[in-house]
Design a protein around this ligand. Structure first.
Ligand code: ZN
Length: 310
């Protein structure tokens, strides 16, 4: 997600002759600097808008260091943060302390009971997933009926890609529905592909928002201008027309399963290996069915499927 991937759309004649530049990924220190701060503000505004105002339990799937925590902490009775990186979870924990439950886990085997959540947030995650269908099926399982998934993906048919393709500066056809992996661990998706996948896995997608174009302009507006204001107002248009490099989407889980009744701490955790409910061991959790044990260290529960072998 290099700066270049967020470039303002240029008319074809002005496109620089370096197609590779657009495709480069640079995650380190991505969220530093004024321009990235502006993009961050915009993403937070979009997430705030798409999330329910009140809720019971939210999962931030791929929470990272908790960049979006301000958007949901005061709206939900309980918040669970899951990531595959212990270092990132530690950073989140350092910043947020006891306001959330921290889970080290695998996105393709979510360690939660059915209907455990009424909202799942999955921002800047989908483009890393090779098993995208499996992941959406997992999310569908842990959401209650009417529960919301708020996700973002990298749009392969954004305006700049279309312009570059028409100008002949890239061989990648932005109109094909195929997933596009130009660099390792970074998959760009066609909006129709994502919508279809959501519907096939039991979601009803709606409310599209676009980011990653005009936030760059917003970053250079005078400081007096409200942060990310320009981008926020344009996000619905960029989302509807699927012109932006990043598309945010809200999808509702279409099923009748009611929300899971409230339980004590850990009552909604399930064995990632066999899906049975876990029992508390202090410290950690155990599965009475397959005898796996999942340790808890310094407030982080290790629920990776390969870590619980008896
Ligand atoms: Zn088990």
């Amino acid at each position: 997600v290099k700066t270049s991937s967020e470039k303002i759309v240029l008319p074809p004649r002005d496109i620089p002759n370096s197609p590779g530049l657009y495709e480069e990924v640079e995650y380190q220190e991505f969220w530093t600097g004024r321009e990235k701060q502006s993009l961050n503000d915009l993403e937070q505004a979009i997430v705030r808008e798409l999330l329910p105002r009140r809720g019971r339990r939210l999962l931030d799937l791929g929470c990272g260091y908790g960049r979006l925590a301000d958007c949901y902490l005061d709206r939900f009775e309980a918040v669970v943060m899951l990531d595959g990186s212990l270092a990132l979870l530690r950073s989140a924990q350092k910043a947020l302390g006891g306001k959330a439950i921290y889970v080290l886990g695998d996105i393709s085997r979510l360690p939660f009971s059915p209907a455990a959540f009424d909202a799942v947030l999955m921002i800047r995650v989908f483009h890393h997933l090779s098993a995208s269908r499996l992941c959406l099926e997992e999310v569908q399982k842990i959401l209650c009926g009417g529960g919301r998934l708020i996700m973002s993906y990298s749009n392969k048919r954004n305006a700049l890609r279309i312009a570059k393709f028409l100008a002949g500066s890239t061989p990648h056809n932005p109109f094909s529905l195929k997933q596009l992996a130009v660099e390792p661990n970074f998959i760009h998706h066609h909006p129709r592909f994502v919508s279809r996948l959501l519907i096939e896995t039991g979601f009803k997608p709606s409310h599209y928002r676009g980011a990653g174009v005009l936030d760059r302009i917003a970053a250079f507006l005078p400081r007096a201008t409200k942060k990310a204001h320009c981008g926020v107002r344009l996000a619905p248009i960029l989302g509807k027309t699927f012109m932006a490099p990043w598309i945010f989407c809200r999808a509702v889980a279409e099923k009748s399963q009611p929300p899971r009744p409230g339980e004590g701490f850990g009552g909604f955790l399930a064995c990632p290996a066999c899906q049975r409910a876990l029992v508390e061991l202090r410290p950690g959790f155990g599965c009475e069915n397959c005898r796996r044990e999942y340790p808890e260290r310094d407030g982080i529960i290790d629920l990776r499927p390969d870590r619980g072998r008896p």
